[in-house]
Design a protein around this ligand. Structure first.
Ligand code: COA
Length: 213
């Protein structure tokens, strides 16, 4: 090869503008929905506001005894906008994964699932939370949602252990966790502040490879 036909030195390809924006946290592509047999899990956006506020409002008496206290403005559009922004930032930064649960047969929003308290490093552990709209409770939707999420959490998200905690008298939550395959691991005193009171919680764990129910 003489000097005139010599290939020019290879340069690294120019960074795409979107990758640069993503690298500094200014762009966000919501992940693809996670499709299960009975329900689909999807990252919420502002289009969910009215359905979410209606469902949570109608389920208030059903949910409040088992959840952290609701802020007074919780069901307002500005609070939902902040919620959506936080969910997206958490997702982008591997700080939390919040998903809404939609019924496959008609696309109705039925509830929500979260993965929070992420511990990477030598733990690779995350905490599972969930809620179901009262009108949709007891119909197998949350069991379907958790079963859909588990392979994603152990696969794409790379966790090794999923933890969950519930008040021992929360029969629906206890039954859900045991049904899906979580193992009861102990009792943590005054573990979470639920509806304004520090409550003891039963702790459950699911480790990658555990048989699922
Ligand atoms: C806990 C909760 C998310 C369960 O969701 P769900 O969609 O109703 O649960 P599923 O229909 O998938 O049922 C899962 C299992 O729990 C059982 N279950 C559901 N509701 C129950 C109840 N009220 N009492 C006893 N068992 C119940 C179901 O029968 C099923 O067990 P099975 O397969 O052996 O029949 C829902 O009841 C809820 O949102 N409760 C209020 C808020 C709450 O408790 N949040 C969690 C705090 S830890």
């Amino acid at each position: 090869m003489n000097a005139s036909t010599k290939a020019p030195p290879q340069r690294p390809p120019a960074a795409k503008p979107l990758s640069l924006l993503r690298a500094v946290g200014l762009a966000y592509d919501p992940p693809e929905p996670i499709v299960g047999r009975k329900v689909t899990l999807r990252v919420p956006d502002m289009a969910d506001f009215e359905g979410w506020a209606r469902l949570r409002g109608a389920s208030r008496g059903f949910l409040v005894p088992w959840e952290p206290a609701w802020p007074p403005d919780d069901l307002t559009r500005p609070a939902f906008r902040r919620r959506v922004a936080r969910y997206r930032q958490d997702w982008r930064e591997d700080q939390g994964y919040a998903l809404f649960v939609y019924r496959n047969e008609d696309g109705a929003l039925v509830g929500g699932i979260t993965l929070t308290n992420i511990r990477r490093g030598v733990a690779q552990t995350v905490s599972l939370g969930y809620w179901m709209g009262e009108a949709f409770a007891g119909k197998g939707y949350m069991a379907a949602g958790v079963r859909t999420l588990i392979p994603y959490a152990f696969g794409a998200l790379g966790f090794r252990r999923i933890e969950a905690a519930c008040v021992p008298t929360n029969e629906a939550s206890v039954r859900l966790l045991e049904r899906v395959g979580f193992t009861r691991e102990g009792l943590a005193r005054q573990y979470l502040c639920i509806n304004g009171t520090w409550m003891d919680h039963t702790l459950y764990g699911l480790v990658k490879g555990d048989p699922l129910g």
